[in-house]
Design a protein around this ligand. Structure first.
Ligand SMILES: Cc1cc2nc3c(=O)[nH]c(=O)nc-3n(C[C@H](O)[C@H](O)[C@H](O)COP(=O)(O)O)c2cc1C
Length: 188
């Protein structure tokens, strides 16, 4: 078994000014950082500055593609916009393809309403499958997200959210390990 650390970046999936998803992404990043044997970083799609007059692999951001190439798993923090995902998140995800194949992904849905972004999660799942990612059966659900954090960006009900993230990350790390083993040892 290869004991090099796993790399599991967190994608912040909106460019919106005032986004509550940024607090969620920073909280999730902190929880990933607590895990032994896992390295991570925040990928803010706002920083990619992707052009809008083209799409797909033609507009790859080299650093983003390198991070996904290195990744064993991915967390996507996805706000719910009109029961779907932000167009800018899809625009960013579409810039890679082979980089995603046989890698694990988990989604943290973020919503103002009380359903924890379940509708954006359901909408995003078939996209991730087409990209070659392997989805896990746990999600993160952040309901009433604008009220979940204090003015410094600290999560209010930390104990509950840490416990929920523990289940989610446990499954994502397990799947990331399994797929890393598979990529390295099982021919396809
Ligand atoms: C264009 C748009 C559409 C939205 N649609 C929904 C929705 O369908 N359901 C919901 O619960 N919240 C909706 N919201 C609120 C966001 O989910 C809320 O702002 C949440 O904090 C996550 O998005 P944010 O990171 O941009 O703040 C919408 C917000 C915007 C900007």
């Amino acid at each position: 078994m290869n004991h090099t650390p796993l790399f599991i970046p967190v994608i912040l999936g909106t460019t919106r000014q005032g986004r509550a998803s940024e607090n969620v992404a920073r909280f999730v990043l902190g929880e990933v950082q607590k895990r032994d044997g896992v390295e991570t970083e925040l990928i803010d799609i706002r920083d990619l500055k992707l052009p809008l007059d083209d799409a797909g692999e033609a507009i790859k951001d080299p650093a983003f593609s390198a991070a996904i190439t290195r990744a064993d798993g991915i967390v996507i923090v996805a706000p719910e916009y009109n029961h779907g995902y932000p167009g800018m998140l899809k625009h960013a995800l579409d810039t890679n393809l082979k980089e995603y194949i046989h890698k694990a992904v988990g989604i943290c849905g973020v919503s103002k309403g009380g359903f924890g972004g379940t509708r954006v999660i359901e909408a995003l799942l078939p996209v991730l499958r087409e990209l070659g990612l392997v989805t896990i059966f746990w999600d993160g659900n952040f309901s009433k997200a604008p009220e979940m954090f204090d003015e410094t960006g600290k999560i209010k009900d930390e104990a509950t959210q840490v416990k929920r993230m523990d289940k989610f990350l446990g499954e994502l790390i397990w799947m990331s390990k399994v797929l890393k083993y598979g990529r390295e040892n099982i021919s396809n």
